[in-house]
Design a protein around this ligand. Structure first.
Ligand SMILES: *[C@@H]1O[C@H](CO)[C@@H](O)[C@H](O)[C@H]1NC(C)=O
Ligand SMILES: *[C@@H]1O[C@H](CO)[C@@H](O)[C@H](O)[C@H]1NC(C)=O
Ligand SMILES: *[C@@H]1O[C@H](CO)[C@@H](O)[C@H](O)[C@H]1NC(C)=O
Ligand SMILES: *[C@@H]1O[C@H](CO)[C@@H](O)[C@H](O)[C@H]1NC(C)=O
Ligand SMILES: *[C@@H]1O[C@H](CO)[C@@H](O)[C@H](O)[C@H]1NC(C)=O
Ligand SMILES: *[C@@H]1O[C@H](CO)[C@@H](O)[C@H](O)[C@H]1NC(C)=O
Ligand SMILES: *[C@@H]1O[C@H](CO)[C@@H](O)[C@H](O)[C@H]1NC(C)=O
Ligand SMILES: *[C@@H]1O[C@H](CO)[C@@H](O)[C@H](O)[C@H]1NC(C)=O
Ligand SMILES: *[C@@H]1O[C@H](CO)[C@@H](O)[C@H](O)[C@H]1NC(C)=O
Ligand SMILES: *[C@@H]1O[C@H](CO)[C@@H](O)[C@H](O)[C@H]1NC(C)=O
Ligand SMILES: *[C@@H]1O[C@H](CO)[C@@H](O)[C@H](O)[C@H]1NC(C)=O
Ligand SMILES: *[C@@H]1O[C@H](CO)[C@@H](O)[C@H](O)[C@H]1NC(C)=O
Length: 510
């Protein structure tokens, strides 16, 4: 950190600015920053050692911009305390990449764009997947998301999630290097269940109809709070994508609420419309989706787990809390569990040893997508998915084919981060994995020789081509390098949850 005391730096700068405009070549500077109003009250850019003031943008208050000469040696941004003239300078010198204007740079980040190695595509997408082309996930930069809202309402949201979840009406600004968008009337609430126990919380926001962020209206911000490496979930979704499995993709964002720095988050798509059209119909706005069910594991309020067991003649048993209707089929009712029940009945009763067994299964579900997902659960040591926890998946009934599709999500507990004793995941024999011999869909599908063979085949092939340190190391190293400064920033932030969690425990215990 560089503190330098420069008296009257602004007056000097402004004088020089006027003196020089006739011959100095000027350019626009733009930086994203927050000012701690009790200490640092203004922003400036220091060009060749002379400070020029930057003004807060009236639409995007965290963008500071202004004109100053094109530097001869370099420039850096500075926060200034008006009262004392004390400057908090970036500890490195920037050099301009363009002569007219900088992109939206970020205060105290030494890089703007960080190209990262990618994991190669090992399998093409299974046939129902038809993903829209979108710029939502930017791999080589970290955009900023800024919420402005009634602070009292935000505090209330952060405090009352277990008892009475609060939704706050916010204005959302999205700022990447080149873009700046603003959305009004965005509904913000907390997301995640176990992550609510952390100081850093996870969020979901919903943009109003007719507007979207690169084609998506519902976005989740994952706190990454369970993963000290900050890269596991990114790599987990990279692997799903490389294996052609339908799911969200993943990228990073910096998040702010009013004057508060919330830190580095993972940005993922929420599985609600228009997500289905984006994933299975190339973004077709006239797409008529089928039912989407969420498997929620074993919530304490439910008698059963979402293991896809068949409850014979008892449709109300599906509505016990272990499953959720995430989206109803176009024009159909919101609380219909019949298609899910039909699927579990199929699982329980479908032929496994007749000559047409594989064909019958293929007609009813995307078997390949499911087998790829299970191979990834095994190889990634995913301890919060279907095998170990009957958790974190969706079942989608594709209306084009009536086939059911298994969609995995929430990959924070993988690649060495685990909820389960890791020795249960790493014996080298997948049948030893806790839960393997209990999940109805696994027990049944593995009885079909074609699928059992395909599964073993997938394990071997993915082990070679994907779960191979030579394949993923360049990606992991690049991500780690990209995130270094943001992680050290994130780790200085106090979070908004923990204090409230303790307070809440106190309230509950009294
Ligand atoms: C602002 O700076 C003061 C003095 O360093 C500090 O006490 C306070 O916590 C800071 N406020 C915020 C919101 O960071
Ligand atoms: C505010 O920032 C946006 C994004 O950089 C820019 O397009 C707009 O011109 C700025 N407005 C003003 C008044 O500077
Ligand atoms: C600090 O100084 C800047 C530029 O001189 C001015 O625009 C701003 O209003 C001042 N802020 C405060 C809080 O005094
Ligand atoms: C801010 O939110 C609180 C809590 O919801 C509410 O009581 C208050 O009226 C709101 N203030 C404004 C200005 O809307
Ligand atoms: C959200 O707040 C804005 C501005 O305060 C208001 O105009 C709008 O009606 C609110 N929207 C909702 C859905 O409450
Ligand atoms: C149906 O399932 C519910 C929830 O598990 C259970 O309480 C109820 O007894 C079941 N009904 C019958 C007829 O089995
Ligand atoms: C759980 O089972 C009990 C006893 O069978 C039943 O009374 C209750 O309704 C069930 N709860 C749910 C959510 O199905
Ligand atoms: C075929 O599977 C059925 C049901 O799973 C089972 O009852 C039957 O014994 C099996 N037949 C053979 C020849 O394995
Ligand atoms: C089942 O589907 C898989 C994957 O699409 C395919 O490779 C296989 O040939 C199909 N088997 C039958 C019998 O239809
Ligand atoms: C995990 O399981 C292994 C083998 O059963 C056991 O030796 C070890 O103590 C267990 N670790 C924990 C933390 O329970
Ligand atoms: C894996 O474990 C199962 C059950 O524990 C056993 O039947 C099987 O032979 C083992 N496979 C290998 C390759 O060790
Ligand atoms: C810049 O970030 C580094 C960590 O990457 C931190 O140590 C330093 O205090 C920061 N400086 C300013 C001026 O914010």
């Amino acid at each position: 950190m560089i503190h330098s005391k420069v008296a009257n730096v602004h007056n000097l700068a402004i004088l020089l600015l006027f003196a020089n405009t006739s011959h100095a070549q000027m350019m626009d500077y733009k930086v994203i920053a927050t000012l701690n109003q009790t200490l640092y009250t203004s922003m400036s850019v220091v060009v060749d050692d002379i400070a020029y003031p930057l003004k807060s943008n009236s639409t995007y208050p965290i963008i500071f911009s202004g004109e100053a000469p094109i530097p001869k040696s370099g420039y850096r941004y500075a926060k200034t305390a008006n009262a004392t003239g004390e400057q908090l300078l970036e500890p490195f010198l920037r050099s301009p990449q363009a002569i007219e204007s900088t992109p939206h740079e970020f205060f105290n980040r030494t890089w703007n764009k960080h190209p990262n190695a990618r994991i190669p595509q090992v399998y093409s997408a299974t046939s129902p997947r038809d993903r829209v082309v979108s710029s939502l996930h930017k791999d080589d930069e970290i955009p900023t998301i800024y919420f402005s809202a009634n602070q009292t309402a935000l505090d209330l949201m952060h405090r009352s999630y277990l008892v009475d979840p609060v939704t706050v009406n916010t204005t959302v600004s999205y700022i990447s290097l080149e873009d700046a968008f603003q959305f009004k009337n965005v509904e913000l609430s907390l997301a995640g269940r176990s992550s609510n126990l952390l100081a850093k919380l996870s969020y979901i926001f919903k943009i109003q109809k007719k507007e979207s962020l690169f084609g998506y209206r519902r976005i989740k911000l994952r706190s990454l709070g369970f993963d000290p490496s900050y890269v596991r979930e990114q790599v987990g979704y990279d692997i799903l994508s490389s294996a052609g499995v339908a799911s969200t993709e993943f990228s990073y964002v910096r998040v702010f609420m009013n004057d508060r720095e919330l830190g580095l988050f993972g940005l993922v798509e929420a599985f609600q419309n228009p997500w289905l059209a984006n994933e299975f119909a190339g973004g077709d706005t006239s797409y008529k989706n089928g039912y989407l069910y969420q498997g929620e594991g074993a919530p304490s309020s439910a008698n059963d787990t979402s293991d896809l067991a068949y409850y014979e003649n008892n449709i109300t048993a599906y509505a016990g809390g272990q499953y959720k209707v995430k989206e109803e089929a176009d024009g159909e009712s919101k609380d219909n569990f019949q298609p899910l029940m039909d699927f579990t009945k199929f699982i329980a009763e479908a032929p496994v040893n007749t000559s047409d067994a594989a064909a019958v299964w293929n007609k009813t579900m995307d078997t390949e997508a499911f087998l790829r997902s299970m191979a990834i659960e095994v190889l990634a040591g995913y301890s919060d998915g279907y095998i170990i926890n009957s958790n974190n998946f969706f079942i989608y009934q594709n209306p084009k084919t009536q086939q059911y599709i298994y969609i995995p999500h929430d990959l924070d507990f993988c690649l060495g981060n685990t909820l389960t004793n890791i020795s249960r995941l790493s014996s080298g024999n997948y049948t030893d994995i806790w839960g393997w011999d209990q999940r109805p869909l696994i027990k049944r599908i593995m009885l079909v020789p074609e699928f059992q063979n395909r599964f073993v085949n997938l394990l071997q092939e993915m082990n070679e081509k994907l779960f191979n340190i030579d394949v993923v190391r360049p990606r992991i190293d690049d991500l780690a390098d990209m995130l270094q400064e943001d992680v050290s920033w994130d780790r200085t932030l106090p979070g908004v949850g923990k204090v409230n969690y303790i307070q809440m425990l106190r309230v509950l215990n009294n």
